[in-house]
Structure formats: C-alpha cells, structure tokens
Design a protein around this ligand. Sequence first.
Ligand code: DAH
Length: 373
Amino acid sequence: MTPNPASAPPAQDGRDSRAFALTEELAELEAQAIAAVEAAESLEALDEVQSAYLGKKGLIAQVKRQLGGLEPDERKTVGQAYGRVSGAFAQAEAARRDTLELARDERILASEQIDVSLPPRLPKRGSLHPLRQTLEDILDVFVGLGYEVVTGPEVESDWFNFDALNTVMDHPARTLQDTIYVSGLHDGEPIDPDQAAVREDGTTGLLLRTQTSPMQVRTMLDREPPVYVAIPGRVYRQDTPDATHLPVFHQIEGLAVDTDLSLSNLYGTLDAFAKAMLGDEVKTRFRPHYFPFTEPSAELDAWVVDASGKGGWMELLGSGMVHPNVLRAGGYDPEEVQGFAFGVGIERTAMVRYGIPDLRLFADNDVRLLSSF
Ligand code: DAH
C-alpha cells in the first residue's frame, strides 16, 4: 500500500502533516498486517505476510526508510509509532506461528502414527516345512527322555555303514542296486586312498550312507557308556521316486547303551514316542523282524485310522537290541553293557501324522501344501 496523502486529515503545517500521515499510515498498516497474520492458514502463508510487511521491500519497512528524511522531532514521533507497530506485529506473528506449528505437529503425529502392536499384514507367513516340524517334534520327545542330539557324515565308509553293523559281505543292500557309491575323489584328490579304490563289483569303500545306523558305532567309539543319543540326518538309496520311495530321505537313529537294558525298556521308550507323536490313545504293537545289527529285532506299528474311518497297522520304525558284534565294533564289552537301537523314518512319521499319501509331496515344495501347515 502506498501512502495516500489525500486521505490524510488536514494538517497544521507541511512538516506536521508529513509525520501525521506516516503515523496514520503505520496505524492502518498495523491493522492490515495483524489481520493478514491472523488469516494466514499455513506457515508458508505466514512467511509471506512477514516479508510483505517487514521484509526488505515490506510495507512497514518502507515507512521506516522514510524516517531518515524527517526532522528530529518528527523522526521521534514516527519512530516510536514504528517501534510500537513492528512490536505488535512481531507479537501477533509469533503467536500465530506457535498455533500453526502446533497444528502442523499434530497433523504429522496423526498421519505418521504407527501401531506397533498390529499383526503383520503379509499375504503369507512362513512356516516350518512339515518334515522339519516332524523332525523337531521327534527330537523333542527324545530330548525330553534325556537323549543327546548328535550328527554325523553323509559320505560314509562302507565299514561304518555295513561291516561294523554286522552286515554280511554278500548282503544285497551293499550292491550298486541299493547303495550309491562315490568315487572317493574330491577336487581330483582321493579322499582316502585305501577306501577309494573301485572294486571288481563296481563298489568303492565310500558311499552316501544308506541309514543313520553307522552313527551307532561312531558314537560308541567316541564315548564311554552310558550312552543315550538321537541322531537325525539325511540318507540315500538307489531308488526311483514314487509314492513310497525317494532317493533321499530322513531318519532319526536312537541308541541307548547302559547296564541292565532290556527289550521292555525299548518297547516302553518307543510306545512313549508313538503316544507323543500320534496322541495318547494310539495303539502300538511290536512285530518281530530282522536287522543284521540288532538281535532280537522288531518293527513298531501304530494303529492308524484314515480319513474314511478305515483303520490299519502302519509301520513306524525298526528297532532291536544292539547285536553283540556291533557293541564289539564300537569297542564295548557285550558282557558288561547292553543296548537298544531304533531308526525312525521322518517322512514316514509325517505321512502317518498328517495323512499325506505320497512321499513326493514333501520334495515338491508346492506352496499350496506347505501353506496348509
Ligand atoms: N537302519 C534301518 C533302516 O534304515 C532302521 C533301523 C532298524 C535302525 C533297526 C535301527 C534298528 O537302529 O535297531 O531301515
């Protein structure tokens, strides 16, 4: 706004009228400026008002610049008016700024608020693979019974996998038809020159373990009795995948060696295991069987009712009292200690537990199956 002398009231003389006009103008600017401050709806708008009135080219600042051209007494009058107006403006501006800043902070708080207690809104949540879940549950049972969990190599010598387990030389399991032999070479170097030679029948001394049982002897060679261990792991066989066979599957071996262990300790242990996995009402039976490394040997069956209500005995695991020759291979004296052992198929247990009819489903990793666990 430019000063408009025409609107100024009549003055007594030229000098007075100039000071009077400027004072009047300041009063008018004050009213305008304070109204503009109060109308500012944002901090940016308030900044604009600030520079429109008090900035370098601001209207109130322009009046101040004219002070220099006034007589000292005029300068005093107009200067005081200027001081009062700019003070009032600063006060109004500060108050408005506080209000706008508070409103802005509240807006930010409201829009950026997060509720940390909300559950994640993910389309899918990860879960353990049913085999991993079953493996952990089985181990939990045996850890609860005082067993220690140990693991061993997947590339094994045929001595541990067969010989030490009292398996005769011409046992069919040893043939290329059942067992996957490895060349014994690693980076072109023999892993163990004595073991790596290819024999007449095409086998080598090194194989992918066909069972977790070799860990029985490794464990005995490694520790003194009493021994209570559970050994989970991957095992390999020459098999073409179908509903009940995979070339790679999982077992948990159990071995207990102590004084005064009998078949009833074994049965009690396995029955507790079956109940923990399949429920307290599950019926189990011990069915005589043959394994080279146990005598006597038995398989444990559980009575399982399928979805259609039809019941049947399902084989859960192989077991038996550790053969004296196996105790000897492990450096133990069969006159002093007895042992029992068992081998649980993890896939088999999971199939019974979840009613899964086809082994291959565990390997497919189809998300539709996995997300149902
Ligand atoms: N190793 C056997 C298999 O793979 C399972 C087994 C049977 C393990 C009897 C044992 C046992 O420890 O006592 O079929």
